[in-house]
Write a protein that binds this ligand. Structure first.
Ligand SMILES: Nc1ncnc2c1ncn2[C@@H]1O[C@H](COP(=O)(O)OP(=O)(O)OP(=O)(O)O)[C@@H](O)[C@H]1O
Length: 785
């Protein structure tokens, strides 16, 4: 089941991602849309759907007076450029008039003072508005961004695995992240400071408001500059009409009242600004065209946009470059880098990838880059030619240089504002799409929850309260013709799964690598969507609120989390209600066999998942580093190092041996301790055991893969105790193991191969069948003989 794009907002958002040249394809998430008529229409359709929610977001963010001050200061700034030009030109006129005046009385002193005061007021107003805008910006930004980030994180945390695996949802979540400032958007060449390069930035909600306000400010600028231009042009025309000589009169002069040369002069004044605006419009409206060997053969002609797959390939290259850098600096890989002599290989591969990135970038600059350069060069050429022609007196006009300059700067101010407005509109349009993705993401219902609702609607049933169905021996699970396909994959990973797990029984799952064991247990735990039927205590799994099912399930995952938190937190997150209960955590530690880890690290000791000591505090002095190095002797050299710790930091108040058995962390807050694979596994087991008391289903995925034989034996004793009721309560237990010796005691052994169950039953029955299980068992036994 994939996520249904049903709401008008999500449909408009999806349409905006369509490739301009191939509607069946979508551009990569975070990639800027072009400024086209279609996209403008889509953005305008979004405005009535989003504006009230957007406004509410800021209104509820608090600091309303500051918000109003910020918005007003931005909008009022739109009036200033024209006002400035007007005041300075009027003052200039008075200066010119004063030069021509023969007597002091002819100079209008009052007007000059008024104009000078106006100029001053405008400048002061500009500074005050700047102050209001920057002063309020920080507080409003902090509150709004904080609120948006919280909403975004909360929506991500409440979505389930199938929802997040859906490609459309992941694109939506990515673009919602651009709005929330979590993800970066890729600007088109020609935007921002880089004329041809692609830029990445993290917009954030506040920036969206700024962009929208900028569009309003620039619109005000355009209107006021147009009015001023009209006034300046009328004055220039009047001057030219009176100055046109008889000999210059022609058809044009009959029409406009001025000579052809004067018209050319006016056009040339205007042309550089027009060229500059055209360059911007061109860069925003032309789809990027991949060139050269990076574009797929045969695709170039029909496919001018960047396809999702091309963007994906580019991102992949980016990840690989990053990974090569990590290989170079991360101690986790150091031993293999040293032992296998990977230095040259890493450097060569990194260089190759960086070159590929460069080639890709160059290919995408292509035609667009050259066109933008042509626009710039033409702009400069026209400007220079115009001045040269003026110097050569080619226009035969006696209009003053000041008037020409005034006309030119008004025209340039208008077109400059238009150019900025176009850019700002493009960014606002883009932000509207991100905003649509954001509001859609925070309204999203997880696929499994939605599926449950639909199932209940179809069967007219009610939600089943899991607590009312609880059985004394634990959870009963039944799968009927169960199937599962990973999102985006064609082939199912699980098919025709028929299985009954009785309450309080122990089921072991065995099989070859990649057979589907892990996927099967995750589906049985209700983490993935599936086809066929899954019954829990006799009711369809969808009928239960998934939170209730999860609350009665615990699992030690094969790819368990290694959280960069304290040991107590690493275990406590298994049941956050108990995170502060040392008694419960200590009990879980004993069950998970993690006593040695606690004794060495302390409950408050911070853990790290890298294999070498790491000092997080970058300001730490060299001496402190030396102290760490001295303390990083191989663990075997140290007394009582059976836990295999590779590093113990020496923190304030702790010595090499004094903290053994105590809760105090051995290191300061800036130091973390790395654990071995087996130690991490014990921590993960303790985490799973912490919620086992409340659980009706306990799942272990290869729980002893990193354990020594003693620990493995002790663990399986505890695993079987769960279903035998030795701890006073029986629990259904499912575990995956490759060690056949550990599964023979299970009530039922299930052999999974190629995504389906090929054999199932107790050990003796399977041995008697002489099938796959018997083959595994005999193979492993031979290994011991
Ligand atoms: N997130 C995923 N997306 C797509 N395919 C996946 C994903 N996870 C696993 N697979 C594929 O599903 C198949 C079954 O994987 P699974 O991890 O369930 O096998 P397994 O039997 O547990 O293997 P192992 O014994 O190695 O742990 C494999 O072919 C794997 O490539």
């Amino acid at each position: 089941m994939s996520y249904a794009i049903e709401t008008p907002t999500s449909q408009l958002w999806l349409s905006s991602r369509r490739d301009p040249s191939d509607a069946a394809r979508y551009t990569a998430p975070g990639e800027d849309r072009i400024l086209s008529y279609t996209n403008l229409k889509l953005a305008l359709s979004l405005v009535p759907l989003l504006w009230s929610r957007f406004a509410l977001l800021f209104w509820q963010g608090g600091h309303r007076t500051r918000l109003l001050a910020f918005a007003l200061s931005k909008i009022l700034k739109g009036f200033l450029p024209a006002a400035k030009i007007w005041a300075s030109s009027a003052l200039l006129d008075e200066v010119q008039a004063s030069f021509g005046a023969s007597k002091d009385e002819d100079v209008d002193q009052g007007k000059i003072i008024r104009l000078a005061i106006s100029s001053l007021v405008i400048s002061a107003g500009n500074s005050i508005l700047d102050f209001l805008s920057t002063n309020n910006n920080v507080i409003v930004k902090h509150h709004v961004d904080h609120q948006v980030e919280r909403l975004y994180m909360s929506s991500q945390l409440s979505l389930d695995i199938p929802t997040l695996s859906d490609p459309t949802v992941s694109a939506l979540i990515y673009e919602a992240g651009c709005f929330a400032g979590f993800e970066s958007r890729t600007s088109r060449p020609g935007m921002g400071s880089s004329m041809t390069g692609r830029m990445r930035s993290r917009p954030g909600a506040f920036l969206t408001l700024s962009q929208l306000l900028n569009s309003v400010t620039l619109s005000v600028e355009v209107v006021t500059a147009s009015a001023l231009l009209f006034r300046t042009l009328s004055t220039a025309l009047e001057q030219m009409q009176t100055q046109t000589h008889e000999k210059d009169r022609d058809a044009v002069s009959l029409l406009f009242g001025i000579s052809t040369k004067s018209v050319i002069l006016l056009v040339l004044c205007f042309l550089p600004s027009v060229l500059s605006l055209s360059g911007t419009l061109f860069s925003l409206s032309v789809p990027l065209k991949p060139k050269g060997k990076l574009a797929a053969p045969g695709k170039l002609k029909n496919n001018p946009g960047i396809s999702e797959s091309e963007s994906h390939a580019r991102r992949e290259t980016g990840y690989e470059v990053q990974h090569m850098k990590v290989l170079g600096k991360n101690g986790k890989y150091k031993q293999e880098v040293v032992l296998f002599g990977l230095k040259e290989w890493i450097l060569t591969k990194w260089e190759g990838l960086v070159n590929l990135q460069m080639e890709t970038e160059m290919a995408h600059r292509g035609r667009l880059g050259w066109m933008l350069v042509s626009f710039r060069v033409s702009e400069e050429a026209v400007q220079t030619a115009f001045l040269a022609l003026l110097a050569l007196r080619s226009f035969g006009t006696s209009i003053s240089l000041g008037s020409i300059r005034l006309y030119q700067s008004t025209a340039s101010s208008l077109l400059g504002s238009l150019r900025s407005l176009t850019r700002s509109l493009q960014q606002s349009v883009q932000s509207l799409f991100y905003m649509a993705a954001f509001f859609e993401a925070i309204d999203m219902t997880a696929i499994l929850e939605e599926k449950g609702r639909r199932a209940l609607k179809v069967s007219s049933g009610n939600v089943v309260d899991y607590e009312t169905t609880r059985l004394p021996g634990g959870m009963r699970i039944e799968a009927r013709n169960l199937g599962f396909t990973y999102p985006g994959q064609q082939e199912p990973v699980l098919r025709d799964i028929n299985l009954v797990v009785e309450p309080g029984s122990t089921v072991a799952i065995v099989g070859l690598n990649g057979g589907g064991k892990t996927t099967l247990v995750k589906v049985l735990m209700g983490l993935y969507d599936h086809t066929g039927d899954l019954l829990i205590n006799g009711h369809p799994a969808e009928a239960f609120p998934s939170k209730q099912l999860h609350a009665r399930t615990t699992c030690c995952f094969q790819d368990h989390g290694k959280y960069q938190l304290t040991l107590q937190e690493n275990i406590g997150i298994g049941n956050v209600d108990m995170i502060d209960s040392r008694v419960d955590i200590d009990r879980a530690i004993v069950k998970g066999g993690a006593e040695s880890v606690r004794d060495r690290v302390g409950l408050g000791g911070k853990l790290d998942d890298v294999g070498v000591p790491k000092v997080l505090n970058e300001t730490v002095t060299k001496d402190v580093r030396k102290a760490h190095d001295a303390d990083t002797r191989p663990s075997d050299d140290k007394p009582g190092s059976s836990a295999g710790l590779r590093f113990r930091g020496r923190g304030k108040g702790s010595t090499a041996s004094s903290d053994v058995g105590k809760d105090t962390p051995p290191s300061s807050a800036s130091q973390r301790t790395s654990l071995s694979g087996g130690q991490w596994q014990r921590v993960a087991l303790a985490r799973a055991f912490l919620r086992a008391d409340d659980a009706d289903l306990v799942v272990f995925d290869e729980p002893s893969a990193s354990l020594d034989p003693q620990a493995e034996q002790a663990l399986f004793k505890r695993v079987h105790a769960l279903s035998s009721g030795e701890d006073g309560k029986r629990t259904t237990t499912i575990f995956i193991s490759h060690r056949i010796q550990t599964v023979r005691r299970a009530d039922k052994i299930v052999v999974v191969e190629n995504g389906t169950i090929i054999e199932s039953g107790p050990h003796d029955a399977l041995m008697a069948m002489k099938g796959r299980y018997a083959e595994f068992f005999n193979l492993q036994r031979e290994g011991f003989d």
